[in-house]
Design a protein around this ligand. Structure first.
Ligand SMILES: C[S@@+](CC[C@H](N)C(=O)[O-])C[C@H]1O[C@@H](n2cnc3c(N)ncnc32)[C@H](O)[C@@H]1O
Length: 279
């Protein structure tokens, strides 16, 4: 009997997310990616060079891109030691930027999964362009049910993708995929349990991306329930605010900048990195 592969898009909600990313052509992602061929769909970290505001627009684009690449480097820094024999998984891999950086840095094998077929095709083309297609493979798969072998991965990360899924379901799958002692790294926006409930600015972010930002507490409950023990928790909020201030002044601003800046400044939302070990 032939096994039937599980459907990648299992709900109407997942179909709507896939359609969003299949049709997404925001200059803030494409023009920045064209700077050096690393395409990111996440935000940036670090101070920006104020002098870019006096120069041609290209300087602002290049600076925003530099901050987004710096963010991916911070994520990779928290994976612990990774060697060429190791295998990593990028859950919700977008156009592939972080995965390509990981292979170039560690020489490891990489798999990326996304529910957008267009992104998967794009990311595989990029891997070929970077000459790393023998080590990086992007798949049209659901990160909640990847179909990869149990215990096959030394590391797994999600870079701004967890707000689309149930965390208990997601971490159950990651826990299954990670080898004992393997590392999970997550960078995400989450709302603040202390200020209570979802602020107006956080609701605007949800609305803009058709996502559902989780409270901070939910990450730790879902990790604990799935054998993932945090080793590092870093509040990246102060380091991401300059990126949003620069982006707000750029020609590639999308209108969501005000909601992020309000949410961060009022303390109703955090930009968090969590690194956890599989026990
Ligand atoms: C904001 S983008 C982040 C992309 C990438 N991590 C990056 O940093 O450039 C969100 C990504 O999550 C993916 N995604 C959302 N739900 C998913 C799911 N259930 N399984 C796999 N990918 C998913 C989308 O297709 C998209 O690639």
């Amino acid at each position: 009997m032939t096994a039937v592969a599980p459907r990648v898009l299992r709900t109407a909600y997942q179909e709507s997310i896939a359609t969003y990313w299949n049709n997404e052509r925001d200059p803030v992602n494409l023009r920045l990616g064209e700077v050096d061929g690393l395409y990111h769909h996440h935000y940036g970290l670090g101070e920006y060079d104020k002098s870019v505001l006096d120069g041609p627009e290209e300087r602002i684009i290049a600076e925003l891109h530099r901050l987004e690449t710096a963010q991916a480097d911070v994520l990779l820094d928290h994976l612990g030691p990774v060697g060429p024999e190791d295998r990593l998984l990028d859950g919700g891999s977008g156009r592939g930027g972080t995965s390509i950086m990981a292979t170039k840095r560690f020489g490891c094998r990489m798999d990326g999964v996304s529910i957008s077929e267009k992104q998967v095709e794009f990311a595989n083309d990029q891997a070929a362009r970077w000459g790393v297609a023998d080590r990086v493979r992007f798949h049209f798969r659901n990160m909640l049910d990847t179909g990869f072998e149990t215990g096959a991965f030394r590391g797994v990360w999600t870079n701004e993708t967890t707000m689309y899924v149930d965390l208990f379901e997601l971490f159950a799958e990651f826990s299954r995929l990670l080898a004992h002692g393997g590392r999970y790294v997550c960078i995400t926006g989450c709302y603040n349990d202390v200020t209570g409930g979802r602020s107006k600015a956080v609701s605007q972010i949800d609305e803009r991306y058709t996502c559902s930002v989780h409270p901070r507490s939910e990450y730790f409950k879902a990790m604990q329930a799935n054998g993932l023990v945090p080793i590092n928790v870093i509040d990246l909020t102060p380091d991401t605010i300059p990126y949003w201030e620069l982006r707000e002044q750029s020609s590639v601003a999308t209108g969501v900048e005000k909601s992020f800046l309000t949410a961060y400044r009022e303390g109703s939302f955090h930009y968090l990195l969590i690194a956890a070990d599989r026990v």
